[in-house]
Design a protein around this ligand. Structure first.
Ligand SMILES: NC(=O)c1ccc[n+]([C@@H]2O[C@H](COP(=O)([O-])OP(=O)(O)OC[C@H]3O[C@@H](n4cnc5c(N)ncnc54)[C@H](O)[C@@H]3O)[C@@H](O)[C@H]2O)c1
Length: 317
């Protein structure tokens, strides 16, 4: 049985990935310090003998885990919301270190084990893009000092270390630039756009939109993303590749608010307030031609279907 380490496995995406790996017959070691993730995300797998949970910070040395075949590095705060306790704004040092020192530690482990490695980078590596949609060869428009830089630049440096290990140490690694993803287990406290909209809609409170709401987002349902992560890790000819994974189904923030209102039959008012937060990207949509060609991948879950599942989850929790 192949053994896979998932760093950040108790988080939103990591727990879905762990579930998929277990389903596909892998043995999973979930390494997570529960900084932004939670035990409840992995509760269903704790009884599974193929699943091991280590409550551990990847900045600290990992003991002997036996032979590891693949490492997914998903550990990092990910929420951009200024008001959230789990955002990278609230956890700047943790964010910078986990994507730099943490990436370095896991790459060393990959090298030692001759294991495959995947680094979870982000669409934010493109910053406030001047090229639309964003293709992997675009180098981005990123501030090294702005409020988002603790995340954006740490991810970019994580990409740099990963590329170094591919080039100079022959590690079988790849980089994914993940675009906005949603689905069950996306924490309400996380306060990403869609989570806030649903939470407000369910209690009929006003849904607040920054600026005029014409800024666009494209959201990828988590099972689609996980399919892409699996293919990028395990398909042949993926070593050294950098691949965007995300949805190309672009909507304005205002449209998302309206769709959520309809699906929840909410009485919430949509209100416009405040200017856009500094460095908030106005437009973001991936070019996924590379994922289509290399991985035969594209999202399949329609927005309304995915949103219904997330709304259901929020109602139950
Ligand atoms: N969700 C998205 O839309 C999105 C978009 C782009 C990139 N990403 C990237 O995908 C990855 C997963 O994101 P997510 O949305 O699941 O976030 P999440 O916060 O739900 O999961 C991250 C997990 O990493 C853990 N973690 C953080 N620091 C750690 C450390 N030092 N040691 C061990 N564990 C640590 C957290 O406790 C958490 O369980 C992140 O790297 C994020 O940057 C996510």
């Amino acid at each position: 049985m192949q053994k896979v380490l998932v760093a950040g496995g108790a988080g939103f995406i990591g727990s879905h990935l762990s579930e998929r790996l277990l389903h596909d017959g892998y043995s999973v070691i979930c390494v997570d310090n529960l900084l932004t993730g939670s035990r409840s995300n992995i509760e269903p797998f704790l009884q599974n003998s193929s699943f091991t949970f280590l409550n551990h910070n990847i900045l600290d040395p990992l003991g002997d885990l036996g032979k590891i075949d693949a490492i997914f590095h998903l550990a990092s705060p990910a929420s951009p919301n200024h008001h959230s306790k789990v955002s990278y704004h609230a956890l700047p040092l943790e964010t910078m270190l986990v994507n730099t020192q943490g990436t370095f530690n896991l790459l060393q482990l990959a090298q030692k084990n001759n294991a495959k490695f995947l680094f979870a980078s982000t669409s934010e590596a493109y910053g406030d893009p001047l090229v639309h949609p964003q293709v992997e060869s675009y180098r981005g428009n990123v501030s090294t000092t702005g409020p988002r830089s603790v995340y954006d630049e740490a991810k970019r440096f994580g990409e740099t270390i990963t590329s170094y290990y591919i080039r100079d140490k022959d590690v079988d690694a790849r980089i994914v630039r993940i675009f906005n993803t949603y689905g069950p287990r996306l924490l309400k406290e996380d306060m990403r756009m869609i989570g806030i909209f649903i939470t407000k809609a369910l209690i009929n409170e006003p849904i607040t939109i920054f600026g005029d709401g014409r800024q666009t987002r494209s959201l990828c349902y988590v099972s689609d993303l996980v399919e892409g992560l699996m293919r990028l890790m395990f398909y042949p000819k993926t070593k050294g590749e950098i691949v965007n994974l995300g949805s190309t189904d672009e909507h304005t923030v205002l449209e998302y608010a309206q769709i959520v209102k309809e699906l929840t039959h909410s009485q919430s008012e949509i209100v416009h307030s405040e200017a856009l937060p500094e460095d908030d990207p106005v437009k973001r949509r991936p070019d996924i031609t590379k994922a289509k060609n290399l991985l035969d991948w594209e999202p399949t879950v329609p927005l309304e279907k995915g949103l219904e599942k997330l709304i259901e989850y929020y109602k139950e929790n």
